[in-house]
Design a protein around this ligand. Structure first.
Ligand code: AMP
Length: 203
């Protein structure tokens, strides 16, 4: 893929439980935006398939799925969405949730993504752990099933994912307090996206 054809992308960034998925789903419903979450894609894989089983081995332990496999699956997903007319790469901005999850993935995706902004959702860890525990009960998620897995997910975030923030130029990173109400967080994100979208559409 040439540089002219890189996907215009907003990265949703934050620790587990910071609300990336919730906000991403809402933003993806706005015309001109397409939400894609690697966590959601992984959870929807067929557990009977070799790929589904391999991915589950990592997800269920709170570990990162290997980089090559992650990016391969995500690209296939995106191509599938484009094929069935759910995603229009020429006109839509991707709201990317959960990718890149380490610096290596950010480097691999350099040729694929044109990162317009990085939205960094920040909240106190105790609050995020509480959210994950509630969600595990409600949604039956293997990746948040035990405190041990939750704690591994936070370790991975600190050691592997957080350095991604330094990979992107400082002026692209916007920090938002994720402890505010969901509406307030949404409103602040939208405040960042409106000028970007207007510029993208030539308004
Ligand atoms: P999430 O729903 O974003 O919290 O992701 C759930 C789990 O999926 C993570 O704990 C990882 O095991 C896996 N995962 C999601 N995104 C990635 C990624 N970009 N690279 C590797 N593993 C990922």
């Amino acid at each position: 893929m040439t540089h002219q054809h890189r996907y215009k992308t907003i990265l949703l960034f934050g620790a587990p439980g910071s609300g990336k998925g919730t906000q991403g789903k809402i933003l993806g419903a706005i015309p001109g935006f397409f939400h894609s979450s690697t966590g959601d894609i992984f959870r929807s894989l067929d557990l009977q398939s070799p790929t589904g089983r391999t991915v589950w081995e990592f997800v269920s332990k709170g570990k990162l799925v290997p980089d090559g496999l992650t990016i391969n699956i995500w690209k296939q997903y995106l191509q599938g969405m484009e094929l069935i007319n759910q995603f229009h790469s020429e006109t839509e901005i991707i709201v990317l949730d959960g990718l890149p999850r380490n610096v290596e993935q950010a480097k691999i995706l350099e040729d694929t993504l044109d990162v317009l902004k990085v939205i960094h959702l920040v909240a106190d860890q105790a609050k995020m752990v509480e959210r994950l525990r509630r969600r595990a009960l409600k949604e039956n998620r293997v990746d948040d099933a035990t405190d041990q897995v939750i704690s591994r997910r936070f370790d991975v975030y600190q050691k592997e994912t957080k350095p991604v923030l330094e990979y992107y130029p400082e002026e692209k990173v916007v920090t938002i307090d994720a402890a505010q109400s969901q509406m307030r967080v949404l409103s602040e994100i939208i405040g960042v996206l409106v000028p970007l979208k207007e510029m993208h559409d030539g308004h």
